[in-house]
Each structure stands twice: as structure tokens, then as C-alpha cells.
Design a protein around this ligand. Structure first.
Ligand code: NOJ
Length: 746
């Protein structure tokens, strides 16, 4: 055993230095720690509820616990802290971790829904309130934001993501972590954030959770890593390693990722926690032959804290004694963990006094939840401007569907601390809205979104036939998305499509509201309905938000953060694809029904298309309608040529040409026409949310520095290359005014 390590307990107990620590005092604490105490700091325990288990009590007293996950009863959390601070030898407080993903008690839209707001301020506010509420339970660390680029809607965790685009995900991921962490971590109500899952977890084969990922380094650097780099630069307190295998080396034992990229290239100073038992799982992956070797691989790769499993506690002492793990590595991990505890102010005030924080679920929190839900909803179809519905011309409204009045299912995945008793559903909100103005015929019709029982269809049909409009509130229950909840087909589950058919046959126009945790393949449904409002899982205030949108008290402004496929076979489908040598074009597209029988084999004139569906998506990234129209005119570029280091100013005149107010998300895309590695056909580079009253115009200006055009080249160097660029400015990835410029080194 190296001589600087002692297993003997130094004499002082709970020294005052430990309870009023300053950064240099952390060094002294570290110097006084036994090896067992150090490894204890690197270990996170599962709370197991009440009463606190004797094992946990003893482990905390012995200094074998750095963090506890999933304990949120305040008195229990304070007792855990008391045990740590008063009854362990060095009195080091605990990190209390919890998945606070899109709200604590007040539930905001799922992250994918928040991403549809394209509003950093909204995302930040939601995270800030989530932090304030979580802090009332003594939580000081959340495992969010999840910034895995997600291009596969089969993957259940797409719900928890910020969508498919590296730029949008970076901007919103940073906003979310800033909302959690506040200006200063030690402020009451700030909690540490965690950038997860490093890295590539969203690219699992066939959209199954935890499955293998194979991502070439260039793709990893250009697509999957940028949100993590942005989070590291913005000061995210921690990172979490992914469950998944990346190119043959599981992330939780991947030294290239955790040390070479994260620490050496990015100079990241926070600590890395494994995912739940993901170190132990290195053996299941077939990467380590036993738990001891798993502990070795993980620690050696740079994982500082182990979540839930105990390979560190069980094997690091031996690995250190054998000289396989360097004590400096252990010290560095412990130092980072202590630093975070110090930054959070835990050495000074380990206990939580909830009375110093705002009461959860207060009216301000609910109002922000409602605003966020309004901004998250995306209007996908609105034939003949059926929406907004005018209460003056309505006598009777049919409200149909399993999600119209289900307080739980509108909350979405990851809502451990959300209480559905506080949810306001569509039915209750619309009843309030229409009270004294129109009748409502409500028929739940299906017990759940997955149900195949059509017994109540007749009643639903009668109710729709007697109404001026049928509001169908359909979609996916919460449990159909989220961790380990992936789907091979992503249509409306159960017999919902049959229900739409039956209601459509009445001739009463259908307004379809969809709550879901992912994009759904709704191509066949579209012709049968007059309008579609995609609400994701909108959270506690989903009902009032949707009601305000339907009846014109609010206007839809969300845009898709992810491409909607027509058919599942198109996946992965995303806007920033690369051209093949034979890109899909209308001219080259042939549907199989149009191929003459006994046609000879040929590839001439053929392209990268499917025979059984059009190559375009059902709805492209960035798409979303409003109750008004916006026009983009007079695109101006400050330069036609510029040098590296210069900035292009781009502006366009945006006009609200309709007769209602609205809010547009103006999106700036570029294409680098020729690159030393092939470049996507479009890349989002900036966006702005602009409110415009009916009939008014505004110049919208973007500054595009050439740095923003940089990408990782063949040698994995981040560079802006000279050459021709196209640029688009518009309201969607598939539209907009087009310009051109060139970067030259002349
Ligand atoms: C497993 C999930 O992958 C991770 O995102 C989460 O934070 C942990 N469990 C803790 O619950």
C-alpha cells in the first residue's frame, strides 16, 4: 500500500474545519481521510425508503457513503445528513440525488415538449422551478439535462431528450442546466445538474434502450458531443456515463471518452457519476470478466462515483493495494466530489429548511407550467382554420378519448414526485371554458390508449354526431415512453385509429389533440381530421393550456424539435442528413405500385428512396403552424464573401400577414457545399422567437460568425473550411429564403 494512505482513523472527530469548509480546507479533509472514507465518497447508495435501513445508517456513520439517491422525504433526508455530519468521523455532508427531469411537484411538459418551445428562457424557468421545489425535499443534485441527440422515435427516452439537432439541444441543454444550478450553486434552491448520458446513448440499435451504439468518431464529434461540450463549458456540475457500448467500449469503462475527451480536451473540472449499476454491468457487456475488473476499468477510465452498485467499495481497496489503481486518481475523484459539496454550501448548511423556499405547486409555478405547455404544443394541421374554435358558434362539443380526463397520463415519463391530483385535465379546463356557452358530451370511450375494446364506440359516435365539433384527445399513455419503454411501431396504439374512422364517418369535424412521448406515425389519420394539435405530455397544466389554444385565448407557436416519419421504416430520418451519391428527388422517386410487372432490374436513374413511401418526412424538423401566417421577405446578407474570423450579418423582414397576433420561430440554416468530410444538407445555426401583432413587420437579424461554421474534419480537427455556403432563413427546415456566401482565404 502506498505510504501516504492510512487506514487508521485520525484522532479528530467532526472537526470544526469540516463543518465550515473553505476550498483549501477540502485539501485538509482529503489529507485526513482513510482510504475507505475516500472510496465511500465515490459511492452512491439507493435510499430504500423508511425506516432508514440499518445498513445505510452504519455505512453513513463509517463514512462509506458519498451520496444517496431517491430519498425525498425531508425529515429522512435531514436525518441522513445528520448522520453524515454529526456521526461520521469527518462530518462530510451527502449529495442527495433524484431524477428531477421535467418538474418536481409541478410537472412541466416532457423535455421533448419543452424543446418544441424553442425557447431557452422557458426551459430555464421550468428547470429553475423544478430546482426550487426539489430543494424543499432536501434534493441537491438532479440527473438532468439529458442531452443525448435523439433521432429514433422508437427509443422511449426520446421523450426525455431535447430532440434531434445538436445546436437546438446545446442551447436548450445549457438553459436547463442553468435553470437548475442558478447563478450560484450555494444559493438556497439551486441544485447541481448532470449532463447525461455521456455519450451516444440515443443512437442505440433499432431504437431499443441500452442497446449497442456504433458511431464513427467524426459523427460523434459533429453530432453527439456538441451538447456535452456546451454543457461542460457552461459549468454543469456533473456528467453521467451512458449505459451503452460505444464502438466496442462501454461508456462506463471508456477512458477515451471520460478522460481524453472530457478532461484532457475539454478541461472539464466536475465529476462523473456512472449510470445505475452500469459499472457492474461492464461484466454483462462482456467487457470485464468480474466486478473487480469492472471497478478497475471504470475507475481507470475516469468514473468518479458509482451509482448504486458497490464494485468500488468492494474492490477499489484491493486494486489500490495491488498498485493497479493510482491513489492520485482516487484523490482526484474525491476532491471533485468534495468540491461540489462545498460549492453547494453543504458544509455550512447541510440541512434543509423548506420554509425558506417557495411552496411547491404555488400559483406562479402553475402559471409557468401552463405557459410552457402552451409554447410546447405544435399545430400540425388546421384545415380551413377550424382552430381556434369560436365559442359563439358552438352549441355542443363532443369530447372523446382516453386522455381527455386522465390526470396521470398527461404528466409523462419521469414524474416520481408529481402528484396527479394536481393535474388539470382537458375535460375540466374545457368545461370551465364552455360553462354557460355550449354543451359538452364527454365519452372516454377507451379505458386506456392501448385498449382494443370497442364497446363504447357507439356512444362516442352518437355524441360526435350530435355535436358541432368532436375533440378527440388521444395518444400514448405515459408508460409507453421513457426509460426501457421503446416501441417497434409508433402509430396510435390500441384501436384509436378505428375510433377516428368511426367518428370521421359521422361527418362532424374532428380536432385531434395528441398527447405522446414521441413522434407518432399518423399519416393515415391526417386526411380524416380537420386539425391536429400535438401536445406531447404537457404536464400538470396541460388541460388549461390546451383549452386556451383550442379556444383562441392563446396561440400555438411550438415547432417540431424532431422529424416525424411517415412510416417507421424511414427511421432514422432527420433533416440534417447527408446527400448520398444519388440523393432522393421527385424525378427519381417511383412508388412500387407504379412499377410495371416484370420490369428488368436497373439502378439507372434510381436514388436513395423507399419503394413504398415517399422519401420526405410526414412533418419536417422545425415545422409548426400558427393561427396566422408569417412571410419572410428582403433577405439581406452583409457579405457575399468573408474571411475566417469575420461575422456575417443576415437579416430578413418578417411580417405577420394574418389577422391575429402570433409568435414565430425564425430559423437560420446553412449548407457547407463541399467539405473535407461530407456535410449535412442543412444545419441549424441560430433561431429566434419573435412576437408579432397582426399586420406588423420586424427585421430579424442574426450574426453568424465563421466559428459557427466549424466542424470536425478528417483529422478530427475543429475547423471552418473555405468555400461556398448556402443559407436559408425561414420558419421550418424545409422552407425559407435562400442566400449564398463564400468563405475565402484570399
Ligand atoms: C438510470 C437512467 O438511465 C438515468 O438517466 C437515471 O438518472 C438513473 N437511472 C437514476 O435514476
Amino acid at each position: 500500500m502506498p505510504s501516504n494512505i492510512s487506514n487508521e482513523a485520525p484522532s479528530e472527530m467532526n472537526s470544526p474545519t469540516a463543518t465550515s469548509a473553505k476550498p483549501d480546507m477540502l485539501i485538509s479533509i482529503l489529507a485526513r481521510m482513510t482510504m475507505e472514507e475516500k472510496i465511500g465518497q465515490m459511492s452512491q447508495y439507493f435510499g430504500h425508503g423508511e425506516p432508514i435501513s440499518e445498513h445505510l445508517v452504519q455505512s453513513i456513520r463509517q463514512g462509506r457513503v458519498g451520496s444517496v439517491i431517491n430519498e425525498v422525504r425531508l425529515h429522512t433526508v435531514n436525518e441522513l445528513q445528520r448522520l453524515a455530519v454529526e456521526e461520521s468521523r469527518l462530518g462530510i455532508p451527502l449529495l442527495i440525488g433524484r431524477d428531477v427531469i421535467h418538474g418536481f411537484n409541478t410537472i412541466f411538459p416532457i423535455p421533448l415538449g419543452q424543446a418544441a418551445s424553442w425557447c431557452a428562457e422557458t426551459v430555464k424557468q421550468c428547470a429553475h422551478i423544478s430546482a426550487l421545489e426539489a430543494a424543499t425535499a432536501g434534493v441537491n443534485w438532479t440527473f438532468a439535462p439529458m442531452i443525448d441527440i435523439s433521432r429514433d422515435p422508437r427509443w422511449g427516452r426520446i421523450a426525455e431528450s431535447l430532440g434531434e439537432d445538436p445546436y437546438l439541444c446545446s442551447v436548450l441543454g445549457v438553459a436547463m442546466l442553468q435553470g437548475f444550478q442558478g447563478d450560484e450553486l450555494r444559493k438556497n434552491g439551486s441544485i447541481a445538474a448532470c449532463a447525461k448520458h455521456f455519450a451516444g446513448y440515443g443512437a442505440g440499435e433499432s431504437g431499443r434502450d441500452y442497446s449497442t451504439t456504433n458511431i464513427p468518431e467524426n459523427e460523434l464529434r459533429n453530432v453527439y458531443l456538441p451538447p456535452f461540450k456546451a454543457a461542460a463549458d457552461a459549468g454543469v456540475a456533473t456528467f453521467m456515463s451512458a449505459f451503452s457500448d460505444l464502438n466496442g467500449v462501454p461508456a462506463s469503462g471508456n477512458k477515451w471518452l471520460m478522460t481524453e475527451i472530457l478532461r484532457e480536451e475539454w478541461d472539464y473540472k466536475g465529476f462523473v457519476v456512472s449510470d445505475w449499476e452500469s459499472i457492474q454491468q461492464l461484466t454483462t457487456h462482456g467487457f470485464s470478466k468480474d466486478n473487480k475488473n469492472a471497478a478497475y476499468e471504470a475507475s481507470n477510465s475516469g468514473i468518479d462515483m458509482e451509482m448504486v452498485s458497490s464494485t468500488y467499495l468492494d474492490h477499489l481497496p484491493e486494486l489500490i493495494a495491488e498498485g493497479r489503481i493510482d491513489i492520485q486518481q482516487i484523490d482526484s475523484a474525491v476532491n471533485k466530489i468534495l468540491q461540489l459539496k462545498w460549492q453547494l454550501g453543504l458544509f455550512d448548511s447541510p440541512y434543509t429548511d423548506a420554509s425558506l423556499l417557495p411552496t411547491p405547486l404555488n400559483s406562479q409555478h402553475l402559471q409557468i407550467a401552463k405557459d410552457a405547455a402552451i409554447k410546447s404544443c405544435v399545430l400540425l394541421k388546421n384545415d380551413k382554420n377550424i382552430l381556434p374554435l369560436s365559442t359563439e358558434s358552438l352549441h355542443c362539443v363532443a369530447i372523446i378519448g382516453p386522455l381527455a380526463d386522465d390526470p396521470y397520463e398527461q404528466l409523462g415519463t419521469w414524474i416520481f414526485d408529481g402528484d396527479s391530483q394536481h393535474s388539470q385535465t382537458c375535460l375540466t379546463a374545457i368545461e370551465q371554458e364552455l360553462s354557460g356557452k355550449a354543451n359538452i358530451n364527454y365519452v372516454k370511450t377507451m379505458e386506456t390508449s392501448r385498449s382494443y375494446d370497442q364497446t363504447n364506440f357507439k356512444q362516442a359516435v352518437e355524441s360526435a354526431a350530435a355535436a358541432d365539433v368532436a375533440l378527440l384527445i388521444l395518444g400514448e399513455e405515459s408508460i409507453l415512453s421513457g426509460e426501457a419503454h421503446c416501441r417497434a411501431e409508433i402509430g396510435l396504439p390500441g384501436c384509436q385509429e378505428q375510433l377516428i374512422d368511426r367518428i370521421a364517418a359521422t361527418g362532424t369535424p374532428i380536432v385531434l389533440v395528441i398527447m405522446a412521448g414521441r413522434p407518432l406515425t399518423i399519416e393515415t389519420v391526417l386526411p380524416k381530421v380537420a386539425a391536429v394539435l400535438f401536445a406531447w405530455h404537457p404536464g400538470t397544466m396541460g388541460g388549461p393550456a390546451i383549452s386556451d389554444l383550442l379556444f383562441g385565448k392563446a396561440f400555438p407557436s411550438g415547432k417540431l424539435p424532431v422529424t416525424f416519419p411517415r412510416k417507421i421504416g424511414q427511421v432514422p430520418i432527420y433533416y440534417a442528413q447527408k446527400h448520398s451519391g444519388k440523393p432522393a428527388t421527385e424525378a427519381a422517386f417511383v412508388h412500387m405500385d407504379d412499377i410495371p410487372v416484370h420490369s428488368p432490374q436497373t439502378s439507372l436513374g434510381m436514388a436513395a428512396t423507399h419503394l413504398d413511401t415517399h422519401f420526405s418526412p410526414l412533418f419536417p424538423f422545425g415545422f409548426g403552424l400558427a393561427y396566422t401566417q408569417f412571410s419572410y421577405r428582403n433577405l439581406e446578407l452583409s457579405h457575399t464573401t468573408l474571411h475566417i474570423g469575420e461575422t456575417l450579418t443576415v437579416r430578413v423582414l418578417l411580417t405577420n400577414t394574418g389577422d391575429t397576433d402570433g409568435e414565430e420561430i425564425a430559423q437560420l440554416y446553412i449548407r457547407d457545399l463541399v467539405g473535407s468530410v461530407t456535410r449535412p444538407v442543412k444545419e441549424l445555426k441560430d433561431f429566434k422567437r419573435i412576437k408579432l401583432a397582426a399586420g406588423t413587420s420586424k427585421w430579424v437579424t442574426f450574426e453568424l460568425s465563421t466559428d459557427k461554421l466549424a466542424f470536425y474534419d478528417r483529422n478530427m480537427q475543429l475547423k471552418t473550411e473555405t468555400g461556398q455556403f448556402h443559407l436559408w432563413l425561414g420558419g421550418c427546415s424545409q422552407s425559407g429564403m435562400q442566400g449564398e456566401f463564400e468563405i475565402t482565404d484570399d
